[in-house]
Design a protein around this ligand. Structure first.
Ligand code: KG4
Ligand code: ZN
Length: 332
C-alpha cells in the first residue's frame, strides 16, 4: 500500500510518500515570505500553498520513484490550522482522489505529530506524549492506536509560541525557537530564574506570563542594549530552562499518574536540545523508554501525515468527500 501525505496547515507546503517498505520521500517547501512580518500572515500562506502544492507533490512522487498511478490513498491534514491553508491542501487532495478514484484520509495534525515517532521507531502502547508545537502544548495518554485521552494542555500560549514571542522581544527573526536553542547552548541556564507558572496543577500549562516577565526583566536593566550584547546567550539559556523544566515536571506527573512505561515527545519544540536532554534524564529516572522524532520529523512535515494515513488505512479509517477542515481542536 502506498500513501501520499499532504500537509498545508500553516506555513509549510509538504508532501511525502509512505509505503509498506517505510518512508519513500519527504519534501517540504517553507514559506520565507512571512519572515519580514515577524509571524505567519494567513492570506499569504494560503496563496503560497496554492502556488507550490502541485510542484511539491510532484517532487515527492518523483523522489519516491512512484508514479501517481501507484498511489492507493491520499492522506491530508484536516486540522487544526489556518482555515485558508487547510482548504488548499484539502481541495487539492479531494481533486486528486476524485480524478484517480482513490480514497481520502483526513488526518488530525496533532495526532500526526505523535505518530511521527513511528517513522523510525516503535513506541510501546500505552504511552504518554508531550506534544509541544507552535500552536499547542498537550499531555496525551495514548492507550492504543487512535485512542487518545487528553490529560492537560496550555491555558494560554503554547510552548513554541512562548519561544517565538520571547525571541521577538529579544530581536530575533520568526520563528525564534531554533535560534534561542542555538544560543542557549552557549549560555548559562541558571543566569536568571524566570517564573514557572501553574506548578500546583498536575497537567495544565501557562506560558503567557513568561514573555511578560522577560519584558520587565529587560526594562529593569540600565542599558538594555549593552546588557543584551553581553548576556543574550544567558537569557536564551535561562528562558529555555524555564520552559523545559515546566514541561518535564508535568511529564513526570503524567508518567506517575498513568503508570506508563513508554513516553514520546512530539511537535516542533521537541527539536529543542535542552528539552530532549531533560526528557532523556527523566525517562532514565522513571525507568521508561523514550522516543523522540528525528529533527526533520519534529517540525511540520508530510512524513507524519503519510504514516498516520498509512496506519489509518490499515484500520480502514477512510474519509468521505464531504470532509471539512477544522481550524481548532475545540471545533472537532
Ligand atoms: O510543530 P511545528 O512545526 O508547527 C506547529 O504545528 O505549530 O512547531 C513550530 C514551533 C515554533 O514555535 C518554533 O519556534 C518551535 O516549534 N521550534 C523550536 C525549535 N525548533 C522549532 N522551539 C525550541 N527549540 C527548537 N529547537
Ligand atoms: Zn505542527
Amino acid at each position: 500500500m502506498n500513501i501520499l501525505g499532504i500537509e498545508s496547515s500553516c506555513d509549510e507546503t509538504a508532501a511525502a510518500v509512505y509505503s509498506d517498505a517505510g518512508l519513500k520521500s519527504n519534501v517540504i517547501a517553507s514559506q520565507a515570505i512571512h519572515e519580514q512580518y515577524g509571524g505567519v500572515v494567513p492570506e499569504l500562506a494560503s496563496r503560497a500553498h496554492h502556488k507550490t502544492i502541485w510542484r511539491t507533490v510532484q517532487q515527492a512522487l518523483d523522489e519516491s520513484g512512484m508514479p501517481l498511478d501507484a498511489v492507493d490513498a491520499v492522506a491530508v491534514t484536516q486540522g487544526p490550522g489556518l482555515m485558508g491553508s487547510l482548504l488548499v491542501g484539502l481541495c487539492f487532495s479531494k481533486g486528486l482522489c476524485l480524478s484517480r478514484g482513490i480514497p481520502l484520509i483526513g488526518v488530525n495534525h496533532m495526532e500526526a505529530h505523535i505518530y511521527a515517532n513511528f517513522i523510525d521507531g516503535d513506541p510501546e502502547y500505552p504511552f504518554v506524549s508531550l506534544t509541544v508545537s507552535g500552536g499547542h502544548t498537550q499531555l496525551v495518554h495514548i492507550e492504543e492506536p487512535f485512542k487518545h485521552r487528553l490529560l492537560g494542555e496550555t491555558r494560554d500560549d503554547a510552548a513554541g509560541e512562548a519561544f517565538d514571542k520571547i525571541g521577538k522581544i529579544l530581536g530575533m527573526p520568526y520563528p525564534a525557537g531554533p535560534a534561542i536553542d542555538r544560543r542557549a547552548k552557549e549560555g548559562n541556564p541558571y543566569f536568571h530564574d524566570f517564573p514557572q507558572a501553574m506548578l500546583d496543577n498536575d497537567f495544565e500549562f501557562s506560558f503567557s506570563g513568561l514573555k511578560t516577565s522577560v519584558m520587565y526583566y529587560l526594562e529593569g536593566q540600565q542599558d538594555r542594549e549593552a546588557f543584551l550584547d553581553e548576556h543574550l546567550n544567558d537569557i536564551c539559556a535561562s528562558v529555555s530552562r524555564a520552559i523545559a523544566e515546566v514541561l518535564i515536571k508535568k511529564l513526570r506527573n503524567a508518567i506517575k499518574h498513568t503508570g506508563v512505561k513508554s513516553v514520546v515527545l512530539a511537535g516542533g519544540v521537541s527539536a529543542n536540545s535542552m528539552l530532549r536532554a531533560k526528557a532523556k534524564k527523566l525517562a532514565n529516572e522513571q525507568d521508561c523508554t523514550l522516543h523522540i522524532p528525528k529533527l526533520a520529523y519534529c517540525t511540520d512535515n508530510a512524513a507524519m501525515i503519510a504514516i498516520t494515513g498509512y496506519m489509518m488505512a490499515r484500520r480502514n479509517q477512510f474519509s468521505d468527500m464531504n470532509l471539512k477542515p477544522f481550524a481548532s481542536l475545540n471545533s472537532v
